[in-house]
Design a binder for this molecule. Structure first.
Ligand SMILES: [Zn+2]
Length: 242
């Protein structure tokens, strides 16, 4: 047995975003989720701080924002990954049917796909035969559909990861507004939020291999704008004495 089928298998897998690619995607989603938690919760608590000095009100608003945001993120992720998984399973089922009904056409198809990856016709045929003999469905899933049938994303895993990422981000402004004395809470929150956004902006730029400077600036500016707007709204509402 040659190594060829294994190598082709691995490169197909990588090309379709498995392995390193999917780890990077997860990491990127985690950084974005945390960033979301920081910005939305900071906007919320800074807005409430514009209206009232009550620590109970700040804690209630921050905690409610944390839970609402993290559950909304988790639910959204669950729905989207479930849908993706449904379509992957449907594609696998169709592949299985085709393999049963017309194995010759499927072998020719796999041969063509492998040849398109740069193998000579003879080697492609040989590789396709070996892959088909070993596990035809798996070979078609990887080479043709770009999915690993043993490693489909589990919807509630993705949901839990989103929930966790948002919660970690949201905890920062929540603690920053609740823990310091009343006179310092606003500035402690603003400074720590902008520092956190500098970090998440830098990190997501690094993951996307983009220049960090502009990414950081955009991220920090977005967070600063969110806090300025909600603080302005909170102050106006607080001044009316409602
Ligand atoms: Zn096929």
């Amino acid at each position: 047995m040659t190594d060829a089928p294994e190598d082709i298998d691995a490169s197909a897998h990588e090309a379709h975003g498995g392995g390193l690619g999917s780890r990077l995607n997860w990491l990127r989603a985690a950084v974005l989720g945390a960033n979301d938690g920081v910005v939305s919760t900071a906007g919320l608590v800074v807005g409430v701080a514009g209206a009232t000095e009550s620590q109970a009100a700040l804690l209630t608003a921050g905690l409610a924002g944390l839970l609402a945001g993290s559950m909304s993120m988790a639910a959204g992720e669950y729905v989207s990954v479930s849908t993706q998984r449904d379509s992957e399973e449907a594609a696998l089922a169709q592949e299985k049917r085709e393999l049963r009904e017309d194995p010759e056409a499927e072998l020719a198809e796999l041969t063509g796909l492998l040849a398109a990856r740069g193998l000579s016709a003879d080697v492609a045929r040989e590789a396709a035969e070996q892959l088909t003999e070993r596990d035809a469905l798996r070979a078609h899933a990887r080479v043709e559909l770009g999915i690993d049938p043993d490693r489909l994303t589990i919807p509630w895993h993705a949901a839990a990861a989103s929930f966790l990422a948002f919660t970690v981000g949201a905890l920062l402004p929540l603690l920053a507004i609740v823990l310091p004395p009343a006179s310092a809470r606003l500035w402690v929150t603003v400074v720590s939020v902008l520092a956190a956004l500098t970090f998440t902006g830098w990190w997501s730029a690094r993951l996307g291999e983009a220049p960090a400077g502009r990414a950081i600036l955009r991220n920090v500016a977005g967070g600063a704008l969110a806090m300025a707007v909600t603080y302005g709204a909170g102050s106006l509402l607080g001044a009316t004495g409602i």
